[in-house]
Design a protein around this ligand. Structure first.
Ligand code: ADP
Ligand code: MG
Length: 691
């Protein structure tokens, strides 16, 4: 390549990288010079992170650099294994592989200099089983030379193309030195005010830091950039909604008033406040894009019903999408109960309906006979056509991909959107995850509620618990017993619940015990729920399918089996199924596999009923991936940023991004920034117009 490469130069034109290596790099997402400069090391070796073997103890999580002294395959009675002894001059440690012996014996060989990382155990001396390992240059010695050595994520594809740490460093070094990437896309003003280092320094120091201080600055800058671009995107998206036109739904009408007058309770102050915010948005000729957040039991349903009725009063249809069939069903019942009073028609659309029934519903939606359609993601199927969809509700929206949310709104002409969630998402997460939406919060429970008394019990105490449940049922109350996902399959989930059901049937002889699970037919589920709602079933055993939504005010005891297997947020959701009436309610958490962590986590449930506190703790303990419990919730894959620990950086980045979109909404004065946005964030730009 004769001309100087620039950031957008395809990687295969770089010296030392042919088509084969370029192929391998592309599997790691590296297509251009810019991509490889942003291929950050996953770990660094230096004096502060590398330990001497002399100083390590059993159970340490240690990083060690040393040379392989001896190694070889061994056979025990049961299986083959590969062993290697590593020396760092202060001691010896054994490395053991039980898996992939054939592969590893070609990689780890006598005389190799490697860095390893893993949990130290003791078995005839120090050892690590299946350590993470990185082969190093023969003279790499971070301890004695005081250097910092970057280690890159290396996949099997990269290994196969003979791309290792050394070659990556060499390629990146050459590029870092010659590339004119030093023109920063951030304003000098932002860099100064937010106390950032330059992009050039950041990209150099993330790969070749001379001091830990340099490295810290580089990490800070690159984290900032990632949050900044995401916030920029959200801010642009928010602005672009503002430009769309839609039907203003400003009439309130007598039907809303009739429902309100007929309610058995008065709305809480919070419910009135959010309803006002929602109606205010709907009355504008700009589509609403609002998230309604409220803890379980705070009364979101009635707010949505009133908003939907308002929409219908203005001559449009409404759609309500729920994440599970049971929840869709429950919504349908709640809506129907109110809508019947005012002669508004609603229908339920879920996956497993009879063809004839389905056809009839689809027709009624299309010709406008149905005012409000409630259902699961069946609503976004192609065949579903509305006459005039003007208002969309998405419940527990984090369970749907951002795209699915869009798929439903596309069925109308920029309908007003209300998303709902009972997962009290911590603030920093809310602004990264829902940063393009306006937020309404119900932060108050209906007055008649008493906090649910929560108790963690061991298996041995279950007899007393069952006795207590009998007493509650004798008092006219009802109970729920929930079994967790045993393994990742619904089948074993079901097995546990079925077994539990049979067992409980033998314990509660004079009491009617019912079973409900996700595999049942809709009719069966309906019958069971019906019977439970009428108090013909006193104890309902279920799999986690009832996690969200079910509303039985007479239920006073929630018993959760294997509570240690649930996330705290999930436990909180389940707990929210009781304490909905005026009776004192109880949540019993049965802890079966007791560990220090499970004890600590479950203790939080005993201490607080506050969903925000619980969500915060859950997020801290499990990280965002597990917190949301699904892959799609990833929405946005960070390279270096961290939604949980970067709070201050996120706020700074958000502020800078919002300021910038105010003064330069089309990024006309920021061509480099615009270029990066269009290149790296194209897939998220669906609704955004900047060019
Ligand atoms: P969630 O926010 O979890 O969806 P729901 O809307 O299901 O909560 O409401 C929980 C229960 O509280 C329902 O039985 C509902 O009828 C009742 N409820 C809602 N608002 C009030 C209120 N202001 N006062 C008393 N009960 C209420
Ligand atoms: Mg609800």
């Amino acid at each position: 390549m004769s001309a100087q490469p620039d950031l957008n130069t395809p990687i295969q034109y770089i010296k030392g990288i042919g088509p084969k290596r370029a192929d391998a790099l592309s599997t790691a997402g590296i297509l251009t010079v810019n991509d490889i400069l942003h291929y950050y090391p996953r770990r660094y070796l230096d004096r502060t992170t590398v330990k001497s073997i002399r100083d390590i103890k059993k159970n340490d999580e240690a990083t060690i650099v040393g040379t392989i002294e001896v190694c070889g395959e061994r056979k025990t009675r049961k299986r083959k294994l590969y062993q290697a002894v590593l020396s760092d001059g202060t001691g010896l440690i054994t490395l053991v592989w039980f898996n992939g012996v054939k592969y590893i014996k070609n990689i780890i060989q006598k005389g190799d200099r490697i860095a390893i990382h893993g949990k130290v155990e003791f078995y005839n001396g120090l050892q690590i089983i299946h350590p993470e390992y990185d082969k190093l240059d023969t003279d790499a010695d971070p301890i004695n030379t005081g250097t910092i050595i970057p280690l890159y994520p290396l996949s099997a594809e990269l290994n196969k193309a003979r791309i290792d740490h050394r070659s990556l460093r060499r390629i990146i070094k050459t590029l870092a030195d010659q590339i004119q990437y030093c023109t920063d896309y951030l304003d000098e003003e932002i860099i100064r005010v937010k106390n950032l280092c330059s992009l050039k320094n950041a990209l150099q120091n993330i790969h070749f830091p001379e001091s830990l201080e340099d490295l810290k600055e580089a990490i800070h800058r690159l984290k900032f950039d990632e949050h900044f671009f995401l916030q920029l995107l959200l801010s642009l998206r928010h602005r672009s909604y503002q430009k769309l036109g839609t039907n203003p739904l400003s009439k309130s009408g007598p039907k809303v008033k009739k429902i309100l007058d007929d309610l058995a309770f008065e709305l809480t102050y919070s419910q009135k406040k959010v309803l006002k915010e929602i109606c205010h948005d709907m009355a504008k000729p700009i589509p609403m894009n609002r998230l309604l957040q409220g803890d379980v039991g705070s009364g979101k349903t009635i707010v949505t019903i009133l908003a939907a009725v308002t929409a219908v009063a203005n001559g449009v249809q409404a759609a309500v999408m729920a994440p599970t069939e049971i929840l869709a069903h429950q919504h349908y019942e709640s809506f129907k109960q109110q809508l019947n009073k005012v002669h508004i028609t609603c229908a339920l659309l879920v996956g497993k309906q009879k063809a004839a029934e389905r056809k009839q519903i689809l027709e009624a939606i299309k010709n406008g006979k149905v005012d409000i359609l409630i259902g699961t993601h069946a609503l976004i199927q192609k065949e579903v056509e509305f006459k005039k969809l003007g208002f969309v509700v998405v419940d527990e929206q984090h369970r749907f991909g951002v795209l699915q949310r869009g798929d439903l709104t596309k069925k109308g002409e920029n309908p007003h959107l209300l998303a709902m969630t009972a997962t009290p998402i911590p603030r920093t997460m809310a602004i990264t995850y829902h940063g393009d939406m306006d937020l309404s919060i119900i932060d108050e429970m209906p007055k008649n509620r008493m906090p649910v008394v929560t108790k963690v019990v061991k298996e041995s105490r279950l007899k007393n618990v069952y006795k207590f449940m009998k007493e509650e049922v004798a008092d006219g109350r009802q109970c729920m017993v929930v079994y967790p996902l045993v393994e990742e399959t619904e089948k074993s989930d079901l097995a546990a619940a079925t077994e539990g059901f049979e067992n409980l049937n033998n314990i509660f002889l004079e009491i009617k015990v019912g079973l409900i699970h996700g595999r049942m037919k809709k009719d069966e589920k309906d019958d069971i729920m019906d019977a439970y709602a009428k108090n013909e079933i006193h104890i309902l055993v279920s799999t986690t399918v009832i996690e969200v939504g079910i509303d039985i005010p007479n239920a006073s005891v929630m018993l959760i089996e294997h509570a240690e297997r649930f996330g705290l947020t999930q436990l909180h959701q389940l707990r929210g199924r009781v304490g909905r009436g005026s009776a004192k309610s109880y949540c019993i958490l049965v802890e079966r596999n007791i560990t220090d962590t499970s004890r600590k986590r479950l203790a939080i449930m005993e201490k607080t009923n506050d969903g925000f506190v619980i969500a915060d703790e859950d997020l801290k303990m499990r990280g965002p991936g597990k917190f949301f419990s699904t892959e799609q919730s990833g929405f946005f894959k960070y390279k270096i940023a961290d939604m949980v620990t970067d709070g201050p950086i996120i706020r700074n980045a958000r502020q800078a991004a919002q300021e910038l979109t105010k003064t330069d909404p089309k990024l006309e004065n920021h061509p480099l920034m615009k270029e990066r946005l269009l290149k790296d964030y194209a897939q998220y730009l669906d609704t955004v117009t900047i060019s």
